[in-house]
Ligand binder design. Structure first.
Ligand code: PGA
Length: 251
């Protein structure tokens, strides 16, 4: 089953809007049981969305690596698990851009998995060069961010390939389906080195970066993506709903 994950980032501004968008996403997800929909929302909205979730799974966009402590401003995996959140995005490029390191992401991933959360680990190169050095950049992120991740928890691991140059308003374009296909083969090879071939093949690899309702189909087909991590368009329930419907047609 394909996976469509919305990354709301620091949007929308009010709880009222969050509820409205979520209600529409929930309706779209209810119409298309053959795809799995996840919304990763800002912390304050999580309990409210969880109470209304229906078929939509609800997750966070970050967490700390300890379950409790004197850590002002942090939120722990235990807290997320206790309110019923099921997923957490870790290592998003916007957090790495604020200084988050592979070591920190690895600690977070291990702690989140230990609490039963499904980790959506983001990796992706800053830019592409003609010599292919970006392959090593993605490998280093992947291997560094999964250091110590227990083999017993791989069923709670999802990888999102998000080339930074393709993310957000400043992106000139999405990657191509072929870009994603090639990188996901590379990623899976390293996942196989870490966890063994059998488990590596079960880890979904999502594409993220300027996904919309016009380019999604290509990623699911030629791109061989197991689903998407979607920023901007996840706040537009109509377009997001069309992507869920597309994904549901590709079981
Ligand atoms: P975008 O963001 O879909 O707005 O490019 C993707 C992401 O950052 O997860």
């Amino acid at each position: 089953m394909k996976l469509v994950v919305g990354n709301w980032k620091m949007y929308p501004k009010t709880l009222g809007n969050a509820k409205m968008i979520f209600a529409e996403v929930k309706r779209a997800a209810a119409r298309t049981p053959k795809a799995k929909t996840v919304i990763c929302a800002p912390y304050p909205y999580l309990p409210i969305l969880l109470a209304a979730r229906g078929r939509v799974a609800v997750g966070a966009q970050n967490c700390f690596w300890e379950d409790e402590g004197a850590r002002t401003g942090e939120v722990s995996p235990a807290m997320l698990a206790s309110i019923g959140a099921s997923h957490v995005i870790l290592g998003h490029s916007e957090r790495r851009g604020l200084g988050e390191t592979n070591e920190e992401v690895a600690r977070k991933a291990k702690a989140a998995a230990a609490r039963g959360l499904t980790v959506i680990l983001c990796v992706g190169e800053k830019a592409r060069d003609e010599h292919g050095a970006y392959y090593a950049e993605v490998r280093d992120q992947l291997v560094g961010s999964l250091a110590g991740f227990p083999k017993t928890a791989v069923r709670r691991l999802i990888v999102a390939y998000e080339p930074i140059w393709a993310i957000g308003r400043r992106a000139r374009r999405a990657a191509s389906p072929a870009d994603h296909r090639e990188m996901s083969i590379h990623i899976r090879r390293h996942l196989a080195d870490l966890f063994g071939k059998k488990d590596a093949f079960r880890i979904p690899i999502l594409y993220g970066g300027s996904v919309d309702d016009t380019n999604a189909e290509g990623f699911l087909g030629d791109g061989a993506a197991d689903g998407f991590l979607i920023g901007r368009v996840s706040l537009d329930p109509e377009r997001f709903g069309s992507i869920i419907a597309l994904a549901a047609r590709r079981v």
